[in-house]
Design a protein around this ligand. Structure first.
Ligand code: PMP
Length: 455
């Protein structure tokens, strides 16, 4: 019998009990609530690790859902941000640094001919969709099942798996992510399953003439890093051209992470509009909507509205300038991808030694672990699979000093600092080995119940 690990969370638990009186669920984002006794309050982060207020140290593979591409509190980016602070804030006027950052983006991502700044991924995608509608004069749009594009009503529609029969020819019902999203919005949203070429063609044939845009995350950063096949994205590009639809590649998670030119560079597909956010400034709030010159010039008086009080804030902009310089000019991305490859190999060795069938999806810089011979190639396949082993392993990993998302849909994210600190890898693999053995023990004793990650 392997004893379950213990962790002292008394301060976090006390903080939760106080916080919940003032903050719904005691947190500022619903996904940060991990139960009354496991919700963490962070003291600080440095490099690839975070420390909670009880003093527990963790190697962190959530990295704030991806932004900390270099690592927490990166000295180079933070020094730049301090210089940005000297500029004085926001003026509702422009500064010279906007062009410097936009030039860097255009150099790294050729499809980013023109650039506008926003503050979050949600805002960038919202602007991109509005831009596509303004440019095409059309209203509806196509989403891919399993994608996530932010918190605004238009994109908060998903394939409802409740009661869906995988054996039937029927599509799952399109349902909202939560309450408060008006059903009238649904009329404009169409959903297609990832990697089904025939369905994509059929959908364009039926609705292509009324679509303003197709939105796609070619590595689904919120669905187990499920990857689009190259031929699927190429077909999407062709169909968009044929029907006058704009292709929006949402690189909020993949941008400046899977490669300097993003996932579009790897796939060799040129979108009309791209959205970026997470890795742009190593965690300072900034996002980008970028794209084809004629499309982007629709942002004008009398055209598509775009702006925002905090847009191109001097602190975030200075951080972005330095972060993108590092990503472009140094081997940071190679360092973190190499670390990811070594981590996958190490995890694989542990699982294989125990005869546990597994596979990985995504990219070494952001990957999903899947307990089956091949990773799912669409959301339906993920949703109908058994992820109870992952759920339990993630639970134990937290107790053992490794932070991964409890929900198997969220990939593991790598940062440069992981790759520069050898102890991150050895600490992680030690913990993974123990977490796997504990999970196997639970499985043998019938304690694994199929969890539903939606709950
Ligand atoms: N698009 C994608 C692909 C995302 O992963 C996210 C956030 N996880 C968003 C958009 C929304 O970004 P934000 O949380 O910054 O609003």
């Amino acid at each position: 019998m392997i004893p379950a690990p213990t962790r002292n969370l008394s301060r976090s638990n006390a903080q939760f009990r106080k916080a919940v009186k003032r903050l719904p669920l005691g947190v500022s984002s619903t996904f940060r609530y991990w139960g009354e006794e496991r919700t963490l309050y962070v003291d600080h982060g440095k490099g690839g690790r975070i420390w909670d207020i009880d003093g527990n140290c963790y190697v962190d593979y959530r990295l704030g859902y991806g932004p900390a591409i270099l690592g927490y509190a990166d000295d180079r980016v933070d020094a730049a941000a301090r210089r940005g602070m000297e500029v004085g804030g926001v003026f509702a006027l422009s500064t010279e640094r906007e062009l410097i950052v936009a030039d860097r983006v255009a150099k790294m991502v050729p499809a980013a001919e023109l650039v506008r700044f926003s503050n979050s991924g949600t805002e960038a995608v919202m602007s991109a969709l509005r831009l596509a509608r303004a440019y095409t004069g059309r209203e509806s749009y196509l989403l891919v099942e399993g994608g996530y594009h932010g918190l605004f009503d238009a994109v908060m529609w998903m394939a409802g798996m409740e009661g869906w029969d995988p054996g039937s020819n029927r599509d799952p019902e399109v349902v909202p992510y939560g309450k408060g999203i008006p059903p009238t919005v649904k009329q404009l949203a169409h959903l297609v399953p990832m990697n089904d070429l025939q369905r994509l063609e059929d959908t364009f044939r039926r609705h292509g003439d009324s679509l303003a845009a197709m939105l796609i995350e070619p590595i689904q950063g919120n669905c187990c890093a499920i990857a689009a096949r190259r031929d699927y994205v190429q077909l999407a590009r062709e169909l968009c051209d044929r029907y006058g639809v704009l292709l929006i590649i949402d690189e909020v998670k993949t941008g400046f992470r899977v490669g300097r030119g993003g996932i579009q560079g790897i796939l060799g597909v040129r979108p009309d509009i791209t959205t970026f956010a997470k890795a742009v400034a190593n965690g300072y709030p900034i996002s980008l909507v970028a794209g084809r010159e004629d499309v982007m010039r629709t942002f004008r008086y009398g055209g598509a509205s775009h702006g925002g009080t905090y847009t191109a804030h001097a602190v975030s902009l200075a951080a972005a300038e330095e972060c993108l310089r590092i990503l472009d000019e140094t081997p940071a991305l190679e360092t973190l991808a190499n670390y990811g490859s070594r981590l996958m190999a190490g995890v694989s060795e542990i699982l294989s030694a125990r005869g546990i069938v597994h596979s990985f999806s995504g990219h070494p810089s952001m990957f999903g672990i899947f307990f089956a011979e091949a990773p799912p190639d669409n959301y339906r396949a993920w949703k109908t699979s058994d992820y109870s082993f992952y759920d339990r392993m993630a639970y134990y990993l937290h107790d053992l000093g490794i932070i991964v998302e409890p929900d198997s849909r969220e990939p593991w994210f790598m940062c440069e600092a992981h790759g520069l600190d050898e102890t991150c890898l050895s600490d992680t693999l030690k913990a993974v080995e123990r977490a796997v053995d504990l999970t196997l023990q639970d499985q043998a004793e019938g304690r694994l119940t199929r969890g539903d990650a939606d709950e």
